[in-house]
Design a protein around this ligand. Structure first.
Ligand code: NAD
Ligand code: ZN
Length: 364
């Protein structure tokens, strides 16, 4: 029997189901038919043509009007210019609130198409078929959509929950290894921030994770979606602070991405080293012991993620961390561990020398 499971994201009228399986793209017709759109607008990444064609063929059998638009791969597509092309695409074919936008691709196409759906005609239903590990475990839950400004990532956007999500782990078969491994950083993050038994399961299954064991992946992805859904259900719009725990490792990661250049390190690679930095800072502040840091680093290393970044000037890194839009009153906000499976938001002033010594530890 084909392995299949689902995660229900409980958000009142915006509740939706995430279906996760092996080869379940073949049954995409079923959730779409239930949602009963009059027209479909498929927006897909140029690198997932193979998966897009499967979806298109199946959906053309059940919906009379299906339009498609290809988006160039890469973060640069997540911009207002491409959003504008997509609004125009919807308008040319008279999309309305009975239509549905379907995104097929990684987080870039998901965020972009979701933003276009959120804003066109003040909101058109949106369905997601994420195709990278990162988008399976992260962007498929939470309803954050948006585009980048030249000066700031994800600065323009909207909360817009999808009407449904379908995750087929077989879409990962075409994903490059480096992209796949990068997604594992977010998987490890869930264990570290909120679930020690899950972290142990990852430790026990490194080989399966590296080889993309299909059954294991369905369980792991579903578990990550459930964990993120638990956080999002408590704090949908990020007003209570609870959602901040999902940013573990990200304060450092954003600094690496922005100073060393987006593209030098993939997001998950930067997050991997960022989590090690957060662990080290926590250790220097007496919040965790060396054993915690060792265990965290060992799993990161074993799955094939980097544990260091290229040496660079420290001041620009600190400057980026100070500009983070999640900071309050000019203090850098850190999510710091207290042990495997638990983290805390720390807003207290932290000595600059301490942060410098952390960076120095994680330069090549
Ligand atoms: N909305 C959210 O909650 C949320 C959460 C995390 C990240 N994000 C956003 O997601 C983006 C990163 O997502 P990503 O890592 O998926 O990047 P991505 O969408 O750029 O995909 C990574 C690369 O893989 C290619 N690709 C995608 N699926 C493929 C497949 N099945 N086979 C072969 N190639 C494939 C893409 O063309 C691209 O080159 C960022 O913009 C980030 O801000 C959003
Ligand atoms: Zn992330």
């Amino acid at each position: 029997m084909i392995k299949q499971t689902s995660v229900f994201v409980r958000l009142g009228e915006q509740s939706y189901e995430i279906e996760i399986g092996i080869g379940n793209l073949a049954s995409i017709g079923s959730p779409i038919q239930k949602l009963n759109p009059s027209k479909l607008f498929l927006i897909y990444d140029e690198n997932v043509v193979m998966h897009f064609q499967v979806v298109q063929e199946l959906l053309c059998e059940i919906i009379s009007e299906v339009h498609s638009h290809k988006v160039a791969s890469g973060e640069a597509s997540k911009c207002i210019g491409v959003a504008n092309e997509l609004w125009d695409f919807l308008s040319r074919h008279q999309a309305d609130r009975n239509s549905m936008v379907v995104a097929i691709g990684g987080g870039v196409v998901g965020d972009l198409a979701g933003f276009v759906a959120a804003t066109y005609a003040r909101g058109v239903p949106f369905f997601q078929i994420p195709t990278t590990l990162l988008s399976h475990v992260d962007s498929s839950v939470g309803g954050k959509t948006g585009v980048n400004l030249p000066s700031a990532k994800n600065m323009v956007g909207a909360f817009w929950q999808p009407a449904g999500v379908l995750i087929d782990t077989q879409t990962l078969s075409t994903l490059e290894d480096r992209e796949y491994v990068s997604g594992l950083a977010e998987v490890i993050k869930y264990g570290l921030i909120m679930d020690e038994p899950f972290f142990e399961k990852l430790e026990a299954n490194v080989a399966g994770l590296k080889h993309r064991d299909a059954d294991l992946l369905v369980d792991v992805i579903a578990h990550c979606c459930r964990l993120k859904a638990n956080v999002v259900e408590e704090d949908e719009k990020e007003t209570l602070g609870r959602r901040a725990i999902l940013n573990y490792g990200h304060t450092f990661a954003h600094a690496f991405e922005s100073v060393l250049g987006y593209g030098t390190y993939l997001h998950g690679e930067a997050v991997a080293v960022g989590m090690l930095c957060a662990g080290s800072l926590a250790k220097k502040m007496g919040r965790v012991n060396q054993a915690f840091c060792d265990r965290q680093e060992e799993l990161v290393r074993k799955v094939g993620l980097p544990v260091k970044v290229d040496r660079t000037d420290i001041q620009p890194l600190i400057d980026v961390m100070k500009r983070d839009k999640k900071n309050v009153s000019n203090r850098i906000r850190f999510i710091l561990p207290t042990g495997i499976g638990s983290v805390e938001l720390v807003d207290a002033p932290i000595k600059k020398e301490l942060i410098e010594s952390v960076f120095n530890e994680f330069f090549e």
